[in-house]
Design a protein around this ligand. Sequence first.
Ligand SMILES: O=C(O)C(=O)c1ccccc1
Length: 533
Amino acid sequence: MTGLTVRDAVFDFCRRAGMTTVFGNPGSTELTMFRDFPEDFSYVLGLQESIVVAAAAGHALGTGRAGLVSLHSAGGVGHSLGAVFNAYRDRVPLVVFAGQQSRPMLPTRPFLSADKPAEFPRPYVKWSAQPERAESVPGALAEAYRIAMTPPRGPVFLSVPEDDWDHPAEPVPHREVHTGFGASPEALAEVAAALDGAASPVLIVGPGVEDENALPLVVELAERTGAHVWISPLSGRSGFPEDHPQFRGFLPPVRDQLAGRLEGHDVILALGAPIFVYHVHVEGRFIPEGARLFHFDCDPEQVAWAPVGTSVLTTIDTGVRGLLERVGKTERPLPEPRLLPATPLASTPMDPGFVMDAIRDLKPPNAVIVEEAPSHRDDFHARVPITASGTFLTTGSGALGWGLPLAVGRALASGGERVVCVIGDGSIMYSVQALWTAAQHNVPMTVVVLRNGGYQAVKALGRRIGVESVPGSNIAGLDYPAVAQGLGVPGRTVTDPAELPEALSAGFAHDGPFLIDVAVSADESPMYEPWAR
Ligand SMILES: O=C(O)C(=O)c1ccccc1
């Protein structure tokens, strides 16, 4: 025997994996996990479990390592699940520990205990277990971690009864796992031939490109082929330099509109992008008639359910590298340059576009934008071009309450860059306690609340189908700077457009978190129906 406990072996493994920041919210069933908490680990407290998970995700996206999470038994896991759903769909690697009552108590269903703990977070975890024996916990963690980090990455879940942590255990042997994998030469030759022979190819860049640090390769492929480039609908990451002359914009999450944007292209190559994320149902073609679609992704399930096209199971870096070895240089006409929309006139309340343009012009050059302002998403993308990999994050899956804690976690991983969280007044209230964590750690984050007084995206989606009045969609009467102040974050309200530049500049330069609440006008048009505008 080595004299080690399960706890020693677990922390030793986490240390070797670079997971030394625990995002958590503790309870009695986790007390034994934290006996003699190692000095080289830190614990970041979130005041509710969905905040804990989203902050760990922001940290993971900032560091490139898996996030480490500790949740309280059944209730805590329940609170976290909306964020776990986003982490799963957005492919963020997280190792989630959950507490559990001691094994001898479990037969009589004690207070706080989880029934069928491994089933609770499914299907939104890649792997889930409560090991049969205490001494199996470290090995189960190693397996879980490797699964979390294997493309497509995602959350894994480990329920550990509290009496397991003091149990003797062996250390986990060191192992390496190389997780990239590639397409067959035949598949690459087929796609390369299609690109070479295309009259007008188009690339659709999805979040997988950033996940795999493949952006330089994708830019090279775009320039080699002269293809137009779109970002996939509702992508949760930046994907392509939006000031590049070949960049065309974001595809709409509506089937017929999306196919319309691709009209005129004969060869479509989707890279790390699901085909396709839609938000509302409309009948129609997936892609234009006669076009050939090729789809590169690392997820066997996605290549199975993709409704059209030829899928190639590959990680994006290896797949694109393989294409670059085979595709010739073709000069094709560049698309018309994209123009920024005109800045709206100053008004009270302010047009949201007026605020976005000011954010674009005044934000620090290395800022990372975290966006959760659903009714302004299209306008935001049109006005604030993202030009560097890793500098835009949002939910690609839709569970709100993710953006603010994601920004806090990303700011905790900051190497000097400022995080600018652009968020709706509806969105921020799902997880506003995340401001407290931001204040405790004095993170470099500026929150800009676009306050339009309601769940405007829901109203706008209602308008597109003739539901003119949506019950429960007004949320006026909240004082956001006062709420922030109560959680330890200074803030101010701006109603006069003339004050906005000074307020933003001061907020971006503030030492620590700062909140700016801006009264904006509510858009009256239906969502996703541009012809109605
Ligand atoms: O459609 C919705 O109800 C919704 O919650 C949502 C989430 C993100 C963006 C837009 C709408």
